[in-house]
Design a protein around this ligand. Structure first.
Ligand code: ATP
Ligand code: MG
Length: 758
């Protein structure tokens, strides 16, 4: 097997835990992490089982030893790494800025790696070497440029090959000495591995196409252009080959390019095809960005295989890969997921149509009160609710594998009038029922006190109870099912919404999140549920958004800035925001950008449904005046007065105010009434009545004005079913746009569901 060697800096990276600018004030740091582009490269080569070594120099200090130990353990030949008695190992302090850029404090040139010399060991190592890799930033001194040039001569002299990653910014290229060195490397390499616009940096050509022919003209046999999350494209004399990137949660971009290079070069030397090598290299880059720490994300072949085909049918790790907290400003957009928290079949159907059109998955969640092993207030067990949702998916033409189910606030809440032990036993049975029925996203909420306990329990007690439920969930999932994901934390009102009018909204304190997380880590470990803790993807936090029956509190990013920054210290985690209903589109976009990657919405969707139905009711009256006798509004009013349990305790005010709230409140408690027989029949009646007539466009303009232009342009059929689905779909679109910025929109016409009745 060909031995791969590289030459250059070995250093440690020390990272600020909080996002922000620079290091002019004390900040909390984490590290030392083994680092240095050549070191990351060669560690990745070693992990793929290829013989390899590095030429470098470290200090006689712990920063040096931490690197030598890591590289040695992973299988890198380190005999040509000299240990300097008088210079310290290089270091880089890194701090992420809010916009995704990074501030650095380097000690490289004047550290041990600047002292690298051509020793006996270097000659020996290069004697065995068949491929040399060069990284642009390693060429930081005349002596290193000279050593690299000599190494290339040695390797090429024996018929070996050379790869080169410029890895360099425009400003650096202006330095004539560096430019000369880089240009010389380009001319002497076989494989050139630039990233994005580095392709044209060393050519006279201005366009990528011209640059490619110019570089191939120099004798370079292969060019691989890395394009971040998009993947990469390979060029040689016979034309381009592209391979898409893998969707992952980007938590730390450092090292992606080096892992990519190492994997591509190794796979090619191992005789794999260009296509397969690109796929493995993309998987390697993807894994590198998904793991915090520069060298922590190097991968074995098995780990790369897992990225390439994650499990049967694709549900595995699906949630994790849906959510990504983009750190780099441009080109690396954050992605998130909408959680549809509604059991109304029309709402669920509209969400499924959206997913079918966008080609995404749809996340549908039920709460502990709504659906549980005893039936909940809907009378549905988790399995029955699942089947109902699957039925809607089937009718909407959405493959079932594109449906992700979740359980919300799972814990003792429905049984909190019982003593804690009894309530927890029910909670365990409920969690087991959810997991056995295939729900993949489990929100554990055990913060509420049971009989004789305080309303809110201490973090430790909450965590201990959550761990207990996690143990049950893990057992129900079985050892082979790795798709289960947990959400913890409860900085939100109880399921069903807050009773009080909002007066003051407390944004979650970062310390509270840290404490919740730490308490859960400890409790899960004590319960032997470490695997469940590793599967926690999100913490519920209050970003400062809420609504009550008559107010909506709109997101104020500056109030959540500190909370948002706290995510930096929580690798692999995002926030889940509840009650995002009625937020303006811009606020949703900003929430996603700030790390609130799971956006829950429920009442806002049934509110839009009710609006559309009421609008149809008005149209029916306009068309047939005696319709007012059968009016839907009247039926709903009667239903709510006959059964006041779902609104009376919640709506304060004069009888007139209560009447208005019954129909039009943001809390939308009318949603509990749609499933009753009277309202069901009334809705069916209304739709049937209007289906017989063609609704004149001016009526749509009058009563559903936001849909009017789509009707007149022919995009939307003015049938009552389509109008209702479009009204709900418009709310979902706002979420889809916030969660998947730049998602290519397919034409909106699809064989959608009919208006599903509860
Ligand atoms: P570096 O910051 O290490 O120099 P680079 O700029 O050289 O990185 P990129 O183009 O950012 O290189 O990334 C290299 C490869 O890593 C990409 O071609 C891709 O395969 C993978 N990659 C990078 N970012 C992502 C991401 N967000 N999601 C998935 N894959 C990614
Ligand atoms: Mg790079």
């Amino acid at each position: 097997m060909t031995k791969i060697v590289t030459l250059g800096e070995i250093l440690v990276e020390i990272v600020a835990e909080d996002q922000g600018d620079g290091f002019r004030r004390p900040v909390r740091l984490v590290g030392p992490f083994p680092s240095g582009a050549p070191a990351i490269f060669i560690d990745q080569v070693a992990k793929l089982g290829q013989p390899c070594g590095i030429v470098s120099c470290v200090g006689d200090d712990d920063f040096g030893w931490v690197n030598l130990a890591r590289l040695g353990d992973d299988g890198v030949d380190v005999r040509a790494v000299e240990i300097s008695p008088s210079f310290p190992t290089g270091s880089a302090f890194v701090r992420y800025r809010d916009n995704g850029e990074r501030d650095f404090v380097y000690n490289i040139k004047n550290s041990a790696c600047g002292q690298v010399r051509w020793t006996e060991a270097v000659s020996e190592l290069l004697e065995e070497c068949g491929h040399l890799h060069v990284s642009g930033p390693s060429l930081f001194s005349a002596r290193i440029i000279e050593m690299t040039t000599r190494a290339i001569e040695v390797v090429k002299g024996k018929g070996g090959t050379v790869s080169f990653d410029p890895n360099i910014r425009k400003e650096v290229v202006r330095d004539p000495e560096v430019r000369t060195a880089l240009t010389a490397m380009l001319a002497s390499c076989d494989t050139f591995l630039p990233s994005g616009d580095e392709l044209t940096l060393l050519t006279t050509a201005g366009t990528p196409e011209e640059a490619i022919s110019e570089i191939l003209g120099l004798g370079v046999t292969a060019i691989v252009v890395k394009n971040g999350a998009e993947g990469a494209t390979y060029y040689d004399a016979s034309g381009p080959v592209s391979a898409p990137g893998y969707r992952v949660e980007e938590v730390d971009p450092t090292g992606a390019g080096d892992c990519f290079d190492a994997t591509f070069v190794t796979c090619r030397l191992q005789g794999r095809s260009v296509q397969e090598s690109l796929a493995y290299a993309n998987a390697s880059g993807a894994r590198a960005v998904a793991i915090k720490g520069p060298m922590e994300g190097t991968s074995t072949l098995a780990e790369l295989d897992d990225v390439r085909s994650p499990g049967e049918g694709g549900p595995k790790r699906r949630l994790t890969s849906l959510i990504s907290r983009g750190r780099r400003g441009d080109g690396h957009k954050p992605a998130s997921v909408t959680s549809v928290c509604s059991a109304h079949p029309t709402v669920v159907g509209a969400a499924m149509r959206q997913a079918a059109v966008d080609g995404t998955v749809v996340l549908i969640e039920a709460t502990c009160n709504q659906v549980n092993h005893q039936g909940g207030y809907t009378g549905l067990t988790p399995a029955a609710f699942r089947d109902q949702v699957y039925g809607i998916a089937d009718r909407a033409g959405l493959p079932r594998r594109q449906v992700v189910l979740g359980g919300d606030h799972l814990g003792p809440n429905p049984w909190r009038h019982l003593p804690a032990e009894a309530a927890l036993a029910e909670a365990e049975a409920m969690v087991a029922a959810y997991v056995s029925a295939g729900y993949e996203k489990i929100h554990l909420d055990t913060s509420m006190g049971c009989q004789g306990e305080p309303v809110h329990l201490a973090d430790e007690v909450t965590a201990e109870r959550a761990a207990r439920l996690a143990v049950v969930a893990q057992a129900a999932a079985g050892v082979t099912d790795t798709s289960l994901r947990y959400v913890i934390g409860t900085e939100v009102p109880v399921p069903g919404g807050s009773v009080e009018e909002i007066e003051r909204l407390e944004v979650t304190r970062p310390e509270a999140v840290a404490a919740t997380l730490e308490a859960h880590r400890e409790a899960f470990a004590a319960a032997g549920a470490e695997a469940a803790f590793d599967a926690v993807i999100a913490v519920v936090a209050q970003p400062g958004v809420e609504f009550d029956d008559r107010n909506v509190v709109v997101y104020q990013p500056e109030l959540a800035a500190e909370l948002s920054r706290a995510l930096t210290g929580m690798p692999g985690l995002v926030f889940e925001a509840h009650s995002t209903d009625y937020q303006p589109a811009g606020s949703l976009v900003r929430l996603v950008a700030d790390g609130f990657a799971i956006l829950k919405v429920g009442p806002g969707l049934t509110f839009a449904l009710r609006e559309a139905l009421y609008a149809l009711d008005e149209m029916a009256t306009a068309l047939t005046p005696d319709w007012s006798e059968r009016s839907l509004v009247k039926v709903m009013e009667k239903e709510m007065l006959d059964h006041p349990g779902y609104w009376q305790p919640y709506y304060r005010g004069t009888p007139d105010q209560q009447r208005l709230l019954r129909h039009f409140s943001y809390s939308d408690r009318i949603r509990y009434y749609w499933a009753a027989p009277g309202p069901q029949e009334a809705v069916r009646d209304l739709l049937a009545h209007l289906s017989g007539t063609r609704i004149p466009a001016p009526l749509i303009s009058q009563f559903l004005p936001t849909l009017y232009s789509r009707v007149t342009s022919g995009e939307l059929d003015p049938t009552p079913q389509e109008l209702v689905l479009a009204a709900v779909g418009d709310v979902l679109s706002v979420y889809a746009d916030a969660c998947r910025p730049g998602l290519p929109k397919k034409p909106a016409k699809s064989a959608g569901p009919t208006l599903e009745m509860p």
